[in-house]
Design a protein around this ligand. Structure first.
Ligand code: GCB
Length: 504
């Protein structure tokens, strides 16, 4: 196997001035028939040196061993500004040395063909950088903004051969694994044989400017916020998310209900054989891609299909059976907003997932009705099916900065009060057969315009820019309280890496 290339670099506060001697140009790294390029962007290990003299890293020689062995590390996306990513106020204004580390597997040719020149290039590091490669002090650079590079061929080129009892190895692949069991009883969701309560969110892959699209800084920010919130789960509403998202969930111990894009199945004509075949094929693709993620504990085949229709009943039965055949190890569900007496798909799911918007889409403003309506909802469903239930959506549109007391719709007070009413009933039922609650939504997100949307869907507890509304603080208190009551509180609190996660 090619040797790992461990890279650590450190940056310091203000730029002090620089003296550069011109030694030829520095070409932007472009691929060509004779040049290959390997991106080092992505997640790095990170540690700020909070010691009084800010020099502990040098004194203890953190560059000699994996950074995680020096003390607690964080995941830090590169490129990004560490001050903006974390919920730790100390990092917001931190001045001093910070340490970044990345382990890289280089292509065999780079490390074994001694005529290949390997150059390490840092696009920019603010404001003073020292770079170690495999523990060797290789490069120093003062001043941010501009690139610097060094020939590291002699540090990474070693002749190695790998052999197994079957002969030489020609292909290598590393698959991080986690081991856990998932099971469902009449009233419980079990992970590793212990009752698990989902206290989390629904998300969207959405942010300002970027819209939908994978983005490391955004992802790390969102995971920092999930931890701040004390959330232990989310549903990938309403489509499978980027694979990097699931990798983060595996590492952080966040449990996932993995949903396929079966959304908008609202009309009778959608439940035909062509859609069914297509839906089953999509489930195959989702399961094939995501089955190795321990974080994924349940498949959701659809969101709010018109499951009161007979044709939908047959359709959902087939999709669910197909998904179970593809993966007998995980429960399967779909998310419904139908009435318990009418739903034709519920007989086939392992867990009932219910969306309801009491005092929002009907009985507007009547927060006092929520407790009775929600109690009836839970009791009717449980009496009919004797299956565990998750409140998979509930919430209220809230425009940040709108205030009114007594609460009126669209204000922060209304969102809080609505959540509080739901929580009263959830607390009564969660020790019985309700096994989870997922707020709609983690953050505001963009939608088509309509009379019910004010520049998108504003049911986020965070704004689209990831700042908390009042409800976020309410939910934070609740989720940490539940986390501390459950057996998994340890993993929720510390699940930065696999050793501490539920799936270790
Ligand atoms: C729902 C949907 C979700 C919507 C939400 C809302 O029931 O599942 O996609 O965004 O309601 O806010 O209307």
């Amino acid at each position: 196997m090619a040797p790992g290339l461990a890279v650590a670099w450190a940056v310091l506060g203000p730029l002090l001035g620089c003296a550069l001697a011109l030694q030829g140009g520095m070409l932007y790294p472009r691929e060509s028939p004779s040049r290959e390029r390997k991106e080092l962007d992505g997640l790095w290990s990170f540690r700020a040196d909070f010691s009084d003299n800010r020099r502990r890293g040098f004194e203890e020689q953190w560059y000699r061993r994996p950074l995680r062995e020096s003390g607690p590390t964080l995941d830090m996306p590169v490129p990004s500004s560490f001050n903006d990513i974390s919920q730790d106020w100390r990092l917001r204004h931190f001045v001093g040395w910070v340490w970044y580390e990345r382990e890289v597997i280089l292509p065999e040719r780079w490390t074994q063909d001694l005529s290949t020149r390997v150059v390490l290039r840092i696009g920019s590091a603010h404001a003073y950088a020292i770079v170690w490669v495999n523990g060797v002090d290789t490069l120093e650079h003062e001043g941010g903004y501009l690139p610097f590079e060094a020939d590291i061929s002699n540090l990474v080129q070693v002749r190695l051969t790998a052999q197994t009892s079957l002969g030489p190895v020609s292909d290598f692949y590393t698959l991080p694994v986690g081991i856990r069991t998932v099971a469902v009883t009449e009233s419980q969701f079990l992970i590793n044989g212990k009752p698990f309560y989902f206290h989390g969110v629904n998300k969207h892959e959405d942010a300002d400017i970027r819209g939908k699209g994978f983005d490391w800084p955004l992802l790390v920010k969102d995971f920092n916020l999930l931890r701040w919130l004390g959330a232990n789960a989310f549903r990938t509403s309403h489509y499978p998310y980027a694979e990097e998202v699931l990798q983060m969930c595996d590492r952080y111990g966040i449990v996932v209900i993995d949903e396929c894009p079966g959304v908008g199945l609202a009309l009778p004509q959608f439940f035909n054989n062509v859609s069914l075949q297509n839906h089953m094929r999509v489930m195959e693709e989702v399961v094939r891609r995501d089955k190795n993620h321990p974080a994924v504990v349940m498949w959701s085949v659809a969101n709010e299909p018109a499951s009161q229709l007979e044709s939908a009943g047959y359709y959902l039965k087939m999709v669910i059976a197909h998904t179970k055949a593809l993966d007998p190890s995980r429960p399967v569900t779909f998310v419904t907003n139908s009435n318990y007496a009418a739903d034709k798909g519920a007989p086939y799911v392992d867990v009932i997932c219910l969306n309801s918007y009491y005092s929002w889409y009907h009985d507007y403003g009547h927060l006092e009705l929520i407790q009775q309506q929600l109690t009836t909802q839970f009791e009717s469903w449980y009496k009919t099916y004797q299956k565990p239930i998750i409140q998979s959506e509930y919430g209220a549109e809230t425009i940040v900065g709108f205030h009114q007391d007594p609460p009126l719709m669209f204000t922060e007070e209304y969102q809080k009060s609505l959540l509080e009413q739901y929580h009263v009933v959830l607390d009564q039922k969660r020790r019985k057969y309700v096994v989870g609650e997922l707020i709609w939504n983690f953050a505001d997100f963009m939608t088509e315009q309509s009379p019910t949307r004010v520049l998108g869907n504003k049911k986020g507890i965070f704004t689209r820019q990831r700042q908390p509304k009042s409800a976020a603080f309410l939910l934070r208190e609740r989720y940490w309280k539940i986390a501390n009551e459950t057996r998994y509180s340890h993993s929720v609190a510390k699940s930065q890496c696999l050793e501490n996660s539920l799936f270790a």
